[in-house]
Design a protein. Structure first.
Length: 432
């Protein structure tokens, strides 16, 4: 048994015993009050699931196993000579609630490299699609195609003991995470670079190898990828993609099908696809104003014109957060250190100074602050990754770390099939 799996097995067995006793003793206690407005409002804020890997606070933002993003940047292991945290370290932390050592992270990088070969039929499936198929659709199809590799499905069909569900899920999760950069880069090179694919490099960390296969060798871009794939990994369990993976996984669908379902959720414009809308809107503003160095006055007028047309300002506002997203701040700090002067980055910073004031003056917006999507596009454009319809795939590769570590926990703790109760409108009327 590998060292990470062994550590997970020990922690999961102990927590399962503790949770069982806790639930038996306190199961009668009321956790939350559900209001009619929440029933009609997409179950917003209803406390209804356990998600061990991260928690979102409206004031402080996301914490991974209790650690803020600045703390993760300080404590997680880094690549040799690098300043940004390695996503391998975050996966280790989410899975076993321990900051890993440098050697443990190197082991995980090497382990994912060993598991990273993608069966040729997956590439054949992608090549059968029209090239203008949205990259997220291709990404989801590739994840589903990989399902034939599922260890969980094979063992379940043979009669897998329910106490061992987590073991096969761990193996599937490790294999899938290892393969995702290769698949994602293949989609990028297929769609935007005439199918001129780049083979994986040996001995690189997960993020650096992904950057290499995309075709961007800039050392600073590899640093950006390490940061990007860390900060997008998880956002507690209630967000749409995470909850989708949890829901589908609760049916005992394997990691591949559960993850593919989550990616279909991430592809929605109200969720992950929003990250392409930000830079798309900025590009449209630049074209409309005729300059990449617009004045604050010109930007404010364009913002007001956008709002007057009945549209929103993409990248601003969040369902939970009531302050600037720490993930936005982390990217701003990165730009301040690595990018001395870039027109699109400067526009993002101008928007940061203008949009909250404009939205706040409307008196209708609970959170006028930027979310993670408000900054990421400008950074990617700076390093040459301008094809914004691909951005959500980057998000999806990162999100695998959080949702699949959580899926391992769901199986280890024996969580049941998720089955909330629905009501008809007439029944609701009768209730009130």
């Amino acid at each position: 048994m590998d060292p990470l799996k062994k550590k997970f097995a020990e922690k999961a067995a102990a927590l399962k015993t503790e949770m069982k006793a806790f639930s038996k003793e306190h199961g009668h206690k009321v956790v939350d009050e559900v209001k009619l407005s929440q029933v009609f409002g997409g179950m917003r804020g209803v406390k209804s699931m356990i998600w061990e890997t991260s928690q979102l606070d409206a004031e402080e933002g996301i914490r991974f196993r209790g650690y803020s993003i600045p703390e993760l940047k300080e404590k997680l292991p880094k690549a040799d000579g690098g300043k940004e945290p390695l996503p391998e370290g975050l996966f280790w932390l989410m899975l076993v609630d321990e900051i890993p050592t440098q050697e443990e992270v190197k082991w995980l990088s090497a382990e994912w490299e060993k598991r990273s070969d993608v069966p040729p039929y997956v590439f054949d499936a992608l090549d059968a699609l029209p090239k203008d198929t949205h990259p997220m659709a291709q990404f989801s199809i590739a994840a589903s195609a990989l399902q034939t590799e599922s260890i969980f499905s094979k063992k379940y069909a043979e009669g897998l003991n329910k106490n061992d569900y987590w073991d096969a899920t761990y193996e599937d999760s490790m294999n899938l995470i290892a393969k995702l950069p290769r698949i994602a880069a293949y989609i990028y090179r297929r769609v935007y670079h005439n199918g001129n694919h780049i083979s994986p490099a040996k001995g690189q960390d997960w993020s650096a190898n992904y950057a290499h296969m995309l075709g961007i060798e800039d050392a600073d871009f590899k640093s950006l990828m390490r940061l990007y794939l860390t900060i997008h990994a998880d956002h507690e369990g209630g967000n749409a993609s995470a909850h989708t993976v949890h829901l589908v996984g609760s049916t005992l669908s394997d990691a591949y099908l559960s993850f593919a379902a989550g990616m279909n959720s991430l592809a929605g414009p109200l969720h992950g696809l929003a990250n392409q809308e930000v830079i798309k809107w900025i590009f449209a503003m630049v074209e409309s104003l005729g300059t990449t160095k617009p004045s604050d006055e010109a930007i404010e007028k364009y913002i007001n014109d956008t709002l007057a047309s009945g549209r929103v300002i993409p990248g601003y506002g969040h369902a939970v957060l009531r302050k600037p997203d720490p993930r936005f701040t982390a990217q701003k700090v990165f730009a301040e250190e690595y990018i001395k002067d870039d027109d699109y980055v400067n526009i993002v910073w101008q928007l940061f100074n203008i949009v909250p004031r404009v939205l706040g003056a409307l008196g209708k917006v609970k959170n006028p602050w930027p979310n993670v999507d408000a900054h990421s596009g400008a950074l990617l454009v700076h390093y040459g990754l301008k094809e914004y319809s691909y951005y959500t795939v980057l998000f999806g590769v990162s999100r695998a770390l959080g949702v699949l570590s959580a899926l391992c926990w769901s199986r280890a703790l024996g969580f049941p099939l998720e089955r909330p109760k629905s009501m008809t409108y007439k029944a609701m009327q009768a209730l009130v």
